[in-house]
Design a protein around this ligand. Structure first.
Ligand SMILES: Nc1nc2c(ncn2[C@@H]2O[C@H](COP(=O)(O)OP(=O)(O)OP(=O)(O)O)[C@@H](O)[C@H]2O)c(=O)[nH]1
Length: 624
């Protein structure tokens, strides 16, 4: 089974999770007590408890009791597994630094508790296909603990696609929502770990979502729950084909393969349509064309950037509900002819399209109207450059004065880590520009050998092996007693845990066990795809493609001296006054030269122009 495991970290991660799980439970007909009359593929998102209740495959971590308590007071209080909710005593207080929060150490109690939860989640799954971590990059705990979690997950799940749903600091400092002043530090210190240990990251920014609420919904004062609802709808859309019947199965591994062409250039964003305010539902009746078009304009983007200057590197479109295929084919054809939508040269699959037969759902206590059809785009584009460049500017403003640095150093961070992280950010910026600051093209190194670099857990795994074996043996005995023959799924789990060698060879040796996974009841095509270890979608979709995207290897508080306080105040003032140099950014983006330097396409494609590279993925759509 292709289970999706979800981890929610910090206030933002947990609050988004609360809304997302409410929606997912509704979509699958899960009742407040965990029962479900009938639904497809429940096991993808839910595990079955001893009382036959469906329990979300979700864990929650925070240092704030209020956030944790909100879970236990909310609509999910009876369905969540309390053993997977953990309140930590190590308070981050907005500072990414404490080793207890950011680094895995088996002697540390919180590390062991997190490890225990991860282990429980993995043991309850036969063959997890994806791990999603929800968090904010700006907060201390959400950013720091995500680094620890990724380190922890790394050895255990080297072959599982790991992605983050990350709230990125807004480019506009318009005080819409309280944001920690040190958010550039927290974000910049987290980015190297995200680049190294996760496969891709979906960025959202609150200002962009706020704008969507104001422009489209005429909300004067949206709050976090509205923004979280928007994020939840996008996550529901992009995971729909794994959960419901549709035109084709596009799982997170496929998204990675199709959208990420270069290691570390892995920051995606989403857009969604339509969001309609309940009071206006009788006025607004958009058709399929309006809905699809608005995915590409400013009104649908959940990350801020200028749509006139960015170039797409790929996009996946997810439709739900009443979307007749002939009409959809026509709409996509029209979109392809639009001159405003520009793809970087060398882009392989421009529009990967997936239609689900599931009907769109809306949550009852939110002012969003239900509509018969919805569209969502998961996109990769040079638009993210604006977020990174704005972050770099704000980081430089604070760091040039060494403002607040003493807080971090006091928590045990070496100051050199700031400059290393800054270099890492610079590398990301250059990757998106396609060339170094000196104009030379970038040579991209493959991701470092994760298992070697983060191999600190090997020893611990060896120590824990007997215990795990015991757990598995009990499980095995129970199965033998029950069925006289263990289920295929359990054999897979046993193979994974008993053989604690996570080398590539060992993984390949376990292939027969993996091959026994029950395929989803989808189309013949889907089954073919789901059974292949590494589907090469792009090749399947068009044999004319020349360059395949590179397959990634699965891949104490201190007393601040008065002097420093003054410097901090000056920095805050300067930071607040710093205008967001949107115009300048736009100009830079126009000159980014992305296409030229990164382009390795043959001449014939150049002559036809970017549009010629947009492969028609939708023409083959049909329900099977
Ligand atoms: N979209 C969204 N953003 C949020 C939410 N809660 C907080 N944020 C944003 O997240 C950032 C702060 O991160 P938090 O998640 O509150 O902080 P934390 O990770 O718990 O870290 P500490 O406060 O240091 O414990 C700010 O930019 C907030 O605007 C939420 O529910 N939804």
């Amino acid at each position: 089974m292709r289970e999706i495991l979800q981890f929610h970290v910090g206030q933002a991660g947990i609050q988004i999770g609360n809304t997302a799980w409410e929606l997912l439970c509704l979509e699958h007909g899960i009742q407040p007590d965990g029962s479900a009359p009938s639904s497809q593929n429940l096991q993808v998102l839910f595990s079955e408890s001893q009382t036959k209740a469906n329990v979300p495959r979700a864990a929650f971590f925070d240092d704030d009791p209020l956030t944790i308590n909100s879970l236990n007071r909310g609509p999910l209080k009876k369905v969540l597994n309390q053993n997977l909710i953990k309140l930590f005593k190590d308070d981050a207080s907005s500072i990414w630094a404490s080793k207890k929060i950011t680094q895995y150490d088996e002697k540390d109690r919180s590390s062991r508790a997190a490890d225990e939860i991860v282990r429980k989640m993995l043991e309850a799954a036969d063959a997890a296909s994806a791990i999603i971590i929800y968090h904010s990059l700006a907060g201390g705990f959400g950013s720091g603990f995500t680094c620890k979690l990724l380190q922890l997950l790394n050895d255990e799940t080297a072959k599982t696609t790991k992605l983050t749903v990350s709230v990125f600091p807004s480019t506009k400092q318009d005080q819409l929502f309280t944001q920690p002043i040190v958010e550039p530090y927290n974000t910049i210190l987290t980015l190297p770990t995200l680049s190294e240990l996760s496969d891709f990251n979906i960025l959202y920014d609150n200002a962009a979502m706020y704008k969507v609420c104001q422009n489209q919904l005429d909300f004067e004062t949206p709050n976090f729950s509205h923004l979280n609802y928007m994020i939840a709808q996008t996550i529901s859309s992009i995971s729909q084909s794994i959960r419901f019947r549709g035109t084709k199965l596009v799982d997170f591994n496929d998204m990675r393969t199709n959208l990420i062409t270069t290691p570390k250039q892995q920051f995606l964003w989403t857009s969604y349509s339509p969001f309609i305010y309940t009071d206006q539902q009788h006025l607004k009746k958009p058709n399929l064309q309006n809905i699809t078009e608005s995915l590409f304009d400013d009104n649908g983007h959940l990350l801020s950037f200028n749509r006139l200057t960015h170039k797409y590197l790929g996009s996946s479109l997810f439709f739900k509900g009443d979307c007749p295929l002939p009409e959809l084919n026509y709409v996509i054809k029209q979109i392809k002819q639009s001159e405003e939508i520009r793809f970087a040269e060398g882009t392989q699959v421009a529009y990967q399209t997936c239609v689900s037969m599931a009907q769109p759902c809306t949550l009852p206590n939110y002012p969003f109207a239900k509509y018969s059809k919805t569209a969502c785009m998961l996109a990769h584009s040079t638009g993210v450059l604006q977020s990174f460049e704005s972050l770099k500017k704000r980081f430089s403003t604070l760091y040039s004065k060494r403002a607040f640095v003493s807080w971090y150093v006091g928590q045990g961070l070496e100051e050199g880590q700031f400059s290393e992280s800054n270099e890492s950010l610079q590398q990301i910026i250059e990757l998106y520009k396609g060339k170094h600051g000196d104009g030379k093209p970038i040579e991209v190194q493959p991701k470092t050998d994760r298992k070697q670099e983060y191999g600190y857990k090997k020893e611990k795994q060896a120590q824990q092996q007997p215990q795990v074996k015991k757990t598995q043996e009990v499980k095995k005995t129970q199965d033998v007693k029950k069925n006289q023959a263990p289920k295929a799924s359990n054999q897979i789990t046993t193979a994974r845990v008993e053989n604690n060698d996570y080398s590539e060879d060992a993984y390949d040796q376990r292939a027969p066990a993996r091959a026994q996974q029950k395929p989803l009841k989808l189309t013949t095509n889907d089954q073919k795809q789901s059974n292949s270890a590494k589907p090469n979608r792009i090749q399947q979709e068009d044999d004319n493609i020349v360059n395949q995207p590179q397959q990634q290897e699965d891949d104490n508080q201190i007393n601040e001296p008065q002097e420093q306080e003054d410097i901090n105040q000056q920095a805050i003032q300067q930071y607040d006054e710093e205008p967001v140099q949107q115009q300048e950014d736009q100009q830079q983006n126009q000159d980014d030269g992305f296409g030229e330097s990164n382009n390795q396409q043959p001449k014939q494609n150049d002559q036809k122009g970017p549009q010629a590279n947009q492969l028609n993925a939708v023409e083959n759509i049909s329900f099977q």
